[in-house]
Design a protein around this ligand. Structure first.
Ligand SMILES: [Zn+2]
Length: 221
């Protein structure tokens, strides 16, 4: 077991060595005097808090690492605050037809990480609506305006403007679960947010396959 020491208002404290990444840029963070800018023991919780400053000039942000005391061992790493900002990256084909889908989806991811379980499901539902409407508008350019209209309901758009069977069937089910996230009572009681995410992901993959097939068949006639 490797340890290192930091000085606090209660003297030097032993910390069990751990791997830590900056929650902003997701790069590894060295344990050094230059990166640990303050160490503090919170009286109430008795947790040790280390304020880290990311040395990378492109990041240059701070975060707090929280530690719990373990008898005969020392302080053990618990978590960082803010939580790790993990962004889900979507393939180029998806970004090109719907840049907003990725933004909304990632806002839902952040709200889920913050434990906002009533909100994140609605966010995933909204991301699905953007993805489906943008894809349907791309495939049916002559009626793109109608598809994107406020009064065009997601279910109707899937039914009327998605011709690809697998996309239609997965998107339809994602929409069903998405609607459950916005209503007072659930219709699909044995399904949850993970099923919704899985169905959105499946829809994304089918759309990507369709777009890639289109691209290669038009490039290589
Ligand atoms: Zn950083």
């Amino acid at each position: 077991m490797k340890v290192f020491y930091v000085s606090t208002e209660y003297g030097s404290q032993q910390i069990v060595e751990y791997d830590i990444t900056c929650p902003h840029c997701l790069k590894p963070m060295p344990h050094a005097d230059q990166t640990i800018i303050h160490a503090h023991i919170a009286q109430e919780s008795e947790q040790l808090e280390l304020i880290y400053h990311c040395p990378r000039s492109v990041c240059d942000k701070t975060h707090i690492a929280i530690f719990e005391w373990e008898d005969k061992i020392g302080y053990l790493f618990s978590h960082t605050t803010p939580a790790q900002n993990i962004r889900v990256e979507f393939d180029r084909e998806i970004q090109e037809i719907s840049s907003e889908f990725s933004n909304i989806f990632n806002q839902a991811v952040i709200s889920e990480q913050l434990g906002l379980n009533h909100i994140c499901g609605m966010g995933y539902r909204k991301s699905l609506e953007f993805l489906i409407k943008d894809y349907a508008a791309f495939k049916n350019p002559s009626v793109a305006e109608i598809i994107r209209e406020h009064k065009s309901q997601l279910g109707q758009v899937i039914q009327s403007y998605i011709q690809h069977e697998a996309i239609k069937e997965t998107a339809k089910r994602a929409a069903w679960l998405g609607n459950d996230e916005t209503h007072y009572t659930r219709k699909w009681i044995d399904k949850d947010i993970n099923d919704l995410k899985a169905l959105i992901n499946l829809t994304v993959q089918w759309i990507k396959l369709d777009l890639m097939t289109l691209r290669y068949t038009s490039e290589m006639r």
